[in-house]
Design a protein around this ligand. Structure first.
Ligand SMILES: Cc1ncc(COP(=O)(O)O)c(C=O)c1O
Length: 463
């Protein structure tokens, strides 16, 4: 290995054959999932209205490893293993003694880490006879990934796209349509919930919580024909994303280094967990002490300002109730926020691990985030997704801190996607039209008034 190597590439044969499930090492991440009406723990049968049985079994599994079916591996091979790149030009621009590595998920056909679970979800649904999938999307990365996966497994996909993104980001919509997906601006007049929102506010920009409600309703009312697919938050989604960290462990080994800190942005928590959980396993089982750092926007400060409580997964209170850090299910993000990551909650497993101190979190404002994105683009040539730019901001801050302290810190971050469809956000930034915006404390307090009052029997609560 020469010391000037920049890319660390694995072969098709190095593709992980198993996903890593954090519940195999930390079973307490499996917190109870409650019925949205009764607020009692729900059964796999109830969840089966929404998800195929295999995914439900993965959701509650404590097996440390889950085999990846060959059909899924075949599709993964279109873009996996993804490259690990040493950001030598960025290091130079910063004048830092730190070594900065990034795992690049933007090489996937739809441009982000989302296909890692979309492909698996489409496959299991197809195997169990589902006739179509429903889902929501914000900026469109998840919708594109599921549309692509549905197309590969011959499964029609219905996407409820948050209206403001549908209007502002038409190219993501067109991409979904090229895969044959049906894309609706949410709220739509096609669901009871969408109609009820439109009656009150015909000009609503929509929200991810509303779009989730519509996609769930469309599945629930389909007489078992359609099932719902979620692109983050749930345990099985995070498990599918573990291929990122498993590959990165091998690639860091090729580089002859081991990270002091692993950084990822968090929306629902899936790309961060994907890279971080395999390193957490090494912390837990092999006594290493890598710091795992989740980065969120100050406009959606779920981990850093939210309350750790049971809350609904969606705005209409149709999706299951889970224990998570939350800004309240009525949360509607500020329109000034251009960077994605607009979900009110967070993956329950990540919340447990954060609460127990295994993971750190930080919230950053949007202008320094876009500044970091441009600095990265100019050094490394890749225009990052605005979501991923949060991880870049903090990786640069770590590198500058290492410079100040004269430390050769090893930094690894996940570059979860490219920003080639997010040019309108970059345009706003370059035209000085963005402001820093921190979600106000009073709004968080008010939204938390609407949390469900959960009163679990002590045994269930302690699960
Ligand atoms: C490129 C990119 N990175 C990150 C995220 C955040 O989602 P998660 O926290 O599930 O990785 C999204 C999703 O919306 C995304 O499109």
């Amino acid at each position: 290995m020469t010391s000037t190597q920049t890319k660390f590439l694995l072969n098709d044969s190095d593709l992980p054959k198993q996903w890593y499930n954090i519940a195999g090492d930390v079973p307490e991440v499996l917190t109870p999932v409650l019925h949205p009406q009764t607020l009692e723990p729900i059964t796999p049968e109830f969840l089966n209205v929404l998800f195929p049985m295999e995914l439900i079994m993965q959701e509650i599994s404590t097996d440390r490893y889950i085999d990846i079916p060959e059909e899924i591996q075949e599709v993964y091979k279109l873009y996996r293993p993804t490259p690990l790149i040493r950001a030598r030009r960025l290091e130079k621009a910063l004048g830092t003694p730190a070594h900065i590595y990034y795992n690049y998920e933007g090489v996937s056909p739809s441009g982000s880490h989302k296909p890692n679970t979309a492909i698996a979800q489409a496959y299991y649904n197809k195997m169990e006879g589902t006739k179509a999938l429903t889902t929501e999307t914000g900026a469109g990365q998840w919708g594109s990934a599921l549309s692509m996966a549905g197309n590969f497994f011959d499964l029609p996909v219905e996407v409820y796209m948050v209206r403001v993104s549908y209007d502002l980001k038409p190219y993501r919509r067109v991409l979904m349509e090229t895969f044959g997906a049906q894309v609706y601006p949410s709220p739509t007049p096609h669901t009871d919930y969408g109609r009820s929102i439109l009656e009150k506010d015909p000009d609503t920009p929509g929200s991810l919580g509303i779009a989730i409600s519509e996609a769930v309703e469309a599945a629930v009312k389909s007489n078992g024909q359609k099932k719902y697919s979620l692109g983050s938050v749930l345990n099985h989604v995070l498990t599918h994303q573990s291929v990122i960290g498993e590959e990165a462990l091998k690639q860091m080994d090729m580089a002859g280094e081991y990270p002091d800190v692993v950084i990822g942005c968090v929306g629902g928590g899936s790309n961060f967990s994907g890279i971080a959980y395999p390193f957490l396993r090494e912390n837990l089982r092999n006594g290493v002490k890598t710091r795992l750092l989740a980065v969120e926007p100050q406009a959606t400060p779920t981990l850093t300002k939210g309350l750790y409580a049971f809350d609904y997964g969606d705005t209409a209170r149709m999706a299951p109730v889970i224990k998570m850090f939350t800004l309240g299910h009525t949360f509607i993000p500020a329109p000034i926020h251009a960077g994605g990551l607009r979900y009110h909650g967070m993956a329950p497993s990540l919340c447990t691990l954060f609460d127990e101190g295994h993971i750190d979190a930080v919230a950053v404002p949007q202008i320094p985030t876009f500044e970091a994105a441009l600095q990265f683009t100019r050094a490394e040539g890749i225009l990052p997704a605005p979501e991923s730019a949060l991880a870049i901001r903090v990786a640069i801050d770590e590198a500058l801190d290492a410079k100040e302290k004269g430390e050769e810190r090893i930094i690894l971050f996940n570059l979860s996607g490219h920003g080639n469809f997010d040019l309108s956000s970059y345009q706003l930034y370059m035209a000085d039209k963005l402001e820093n915006y921190a979600y106000p404390e009073e709004k968080i307090k008010a939204a938390l008034e609407d949390l469900p009052r959960v009163n679990l029997a002590p045994a269930a609560a302690a699960d």
